[in-house]
Design a protein around this ligand. Structure first.
Ligand code: FAD
Length: 441
């Protein structure tokens, strides 16, 4: 979704007479659970923006719809293209797609080349001695910092398309998926992403280490949707951030992104299967699950996070940790149900990051302390000390000043005028019960 540091585009343009930049709207994805209004809308913005960038270079985006392999092969036949370049990705679906494309090219005597660009360091580039991927973050991070990076790919100076090619059409998101987008969804596309990144590098990065966990301050980069869709190059961002004061803490987070990608690359089942199972026999609790989704658990910090997700299609990382822990460890509901709800709404919803982080919180993933339980009240008092985050997203409590907003049950609220629920569970009891469930018998 970008022309900057886009190795597949740069390689295709090198010495070629024509380049056909193409995107196939994949019917299999569009008819699946993965196609949700927030992400489809962001993707359509990104395609329009990419088309504008390609026009500036003398080409345009060629759009097709259907099965990716059939459409790609038809387009290659139509244009006489000899070589197919793709950007490598890590999800199970992406890898099957890449294998099918490679096979179809080989059968037709066409060239095929899969190039990096999705992560800072390609998943298979660093592996531990005697293993196929790193299971623990810190040793991965050490290797990741030391590895030599590829040079940034240059934007081609000029591109030429063959004459008379039907460019197809970038549809409106509403034609592709039912349902409304979140009211405060940001606009997609590399232009928007680059403008935000540049502003954030100038104004936010220097304070990132101190402030990124401050829920009320909202001081993280908020660049995840543009990174997810490839509107921004993670390598370019890491290179730029490393050269500035305060960049290290931010670059470390980009490494977390790479970490989960290399885990997913080695474990295609990550979105479905426990990475390290504890034999959990999750509770079935439809009312609890619904209260969590609706932001009506009676724990204001949890409810604020869940409502931010609905309103913006995005949630602060600290709130993701708190809300996910509440579902999995307090309610003891299967992490897959929580991950599915995040999928439905997150504009940055990403196979590797969503599954990897949910499993981390559930203690079925890469957390070295799998049975830790976040105390929502302590988290609230530490990361939202003035209660600003809660007041922003939970209007029923907006009139309560300071940190008292985190304990509405202590305030003797008149529930006939304030429609905010009592807590649906007692955290101390729920945490003790969780530890009992997880302790070896
Ligand atoms: C339960 C749960 C689900 C999550 N689901 C997703 C998801 O679907 N997609 C997604 O991109 N992130 C996910 N995250 C990770 C993280 O919450 C978001 O990347 C982050 O909140 C995005 O905000 P930001 O861009 O301001 O991040 P910043 O703090 O500014 O970090 C910069 C970038 O680093 C990457 N990053 C930061 N933290 C993490 C992390 N823990 N794991 C992986 N990458 C990270 C992101 O690309 C982010 O944009 C999830 C976290 C949890 C706990």
């Amino acid at each position: 979704m970008r022309v900057e540091d886009q190795p597949a585009l740069a390689a295709a343009a090198e010495g070629a007479r024509y380049v056909v930049p193409a995107f196939v709207l994949d019917d299999a994805i569009l008819s699946s659970d993965f196609a949700r209004p927030n992400r489809v809308s962001f993707l359509m913005d990104a395609l329009l923006d990419l088309d504008r960038s390609l026009r500036r270079l003398g080409a345009r985006l060629i759009v097709r719809r259907g099965d990716v392999v059939e459409q790609a092969m038809a387009l290659m036949g139509e244009t006489g293209a000899e070589l197919l370049y793709v950007s490598a990705d890590v999800s199970a679906y992406a890898r099957v797609r890449e294998r099918r494309l490679a096979r179809a090219c080989a059968e037709r005597g066409l060239g095929y080349s899969s190039l990096p660009g999705t992560t800072v360091v390609p998943p298979a580039e660093i592996v531990p001695a005697g293993g196929d991927h790193f299971r623990v973050f810190t040793p991965y991070f050490r290797k990741w910092q030391a590895v030599e990076r590829r040079p940034l790919a240059r934007v081609p100076e000029r591109l030429s398309l063959p004459e008379g090619l039907d460019a197809g059409r970038i549809p409106d998101a509403k034609e592709l998926v039912d349902g409304a987008t979140s009211p405060d969804l940001p606009a997609g596309g590399a232009s928007e992403g680059r403008a935000r990144a540049s502003r954030w590098l100038d104004e936010g990065l220097a304070h990132y280490a101190d402030r990124h966990d401050d829920l009320g301050g909202d001081d993280s980069s908020r660049l995840s949707p543009w990174l997810h869709f490839g509107c921004l190059s993670p390598l370019e961002l890491a290179t730029e951030a490393s050269s500035r004061d305060g960049g290290d803490a931010f670059v470390r987070q980009l490494c977390w992104r790479d970490f989960h990608h290399q885990v997913h690359s080695a474990t295609p089942d990550l979105p479905r299967e426990d990475y390290r199972t504890h034999g959990d026999r999750w509770r079935s609790d439809d009312a609890g699950l619904q209260a969590w989704k609706d932001g009506r658990t009676g724990y204001p910090i949890v409810d604020a996070g869940m409502r931010q997700l609905r309103a913006e299609g995005w949630m602060h990382n600290r709130a993701r940790l708190i809300t996910a822990s509440f579902l999995v460890k307090d309610l003891y509901i299967d992490w897959r149900l929580g991950a599915q709800h995040f999928w439905d709404l997150l504009v940055d919803g990403d196979m590797a990051n969503n599954s990897g982080n949910w499993q981390w919180v559930a203690g079925t993933g890469n957390d070295t302390r799998p049975n830790r339980v976040f105390n929502p009240l302590r988290q609230a008092e530490r990361f939202d000390p003035q209660g600003d985050y809660v007041r922003r997203y939970v209007p029923e409590l907006a009139a309560i000043e300071g940190s008292r907003v985190h304990r509405p049950w202590d305030l003797g609220l008149d529930r006939s005028t304030i429609d905010y629920p009592e807590p649906i569970l007692d955290h101390a009891e729920a945490a003790a019960e969780f530890r009992r469930r997880r302790s070896p018998r």
